[in-house]
Design a protein around this ligand. Structure first.
Ligand SMILES: C[S@@+](CC[C@H](N)C(=O)[O-])C[C@H]1O[C@@H](n2cnc3c(N)ncnc32)[C@H](O)[C@@H]1O
Length: 194
């Protein structure tokens, strides 16, 4: 299978995942948890940065990371326009060494975007970028599609892949974009101490 040309998709503006707003599930999570310490967050596969800006608005120091330099340009432009503070870095989340240890990794439509044969690399990357005891918050797309991206996953797969390395804090069905209602599930994980 050929890997997706993400940079080409941004250059040709072929971005059907672009919703113009952050994940509703993330917005609700942040509103429901004002008690959380404002510690560093990484948003890998951040696209044009809506979720990064949601974390920034809630007061978290946050870095958006994306393999497509054109996505990073769009992130910086939009964030500047809105007068928010967030950093954006181009890079490969699956392959790169962490730029710093993070307290949070937030996943939204990166897992479903990568080739299913690389899913173990995703698990290992989340572990690598997080501090021990760090938290992994995911909005997973539970669709049956095998011809992607997006490639579907199941609740069972998420539990099987992440529970050896993470304790599950909570899982729920979030509020979603209109065309994804009932198709998403959020998982809040805490990385196990070594
Ligand atoms: C389906 S889009 C979702 C973007 C954003 N999360 C959203 O929901 O709008 C997947 C994103 O992951 C990025 N991406 C794919 N593979 C990546 C990798 N290995 N490292 C970092 N970003 C990656 C793509 O460039 C793209 O922006």
């Amino acid at each position: 299978m050929q890997n997706t040309d993400w940079e080409g998709r941004y250059q040709s503006r072929d971005m059907p995942w672009e919703k113009g707003e952050p994940s509703p599930g993330l917005v609700d999570f942040l509103a429901a948890h004002p008690e959380l310490a404002r510690t560093p967050v990484l948003v890998p596969g951040c696209g044009t940065g809506h979720d990064v800006r949601a974390w920034a608005k809630a007061g978290f120091p946050v870095i958006g990371y994306d393999i497509a330099p054109s996505a990073i340009d769009l992130c910086r432009e939009k964030t500047r326009e809105l007068g928010l503070t967030a950093a954006f870095v181009p890079g490969d989340f699956l392959a790169d060494p962490p730029t710093q240890p993070f307290d949070w990794v937030f996943e939204h439509t990166l897992f479903c975007a990568i080739d299913p044969g690389r899913r173990e690399e995703h698990v290992q990357a989340v572990i690598r970028w997080l501090k021990p005891g760090g938290q992994y918050l995911a909005v997973n797309y539970l669709i049956p599609d095998t011809e992607g991206p997006p490639f579907g996953t199941t609740r069972e797969e998420q539990i099987e892949r992440y529970s050896p390395h993470f304790d599950l804090v909570e899982e729920w069905v979030p509020r979603s974009y209109e065309n994804r209602t009932g198709l998403e599930r959020m998982f809040w994980w805490k990385r196990k101490e070594p």
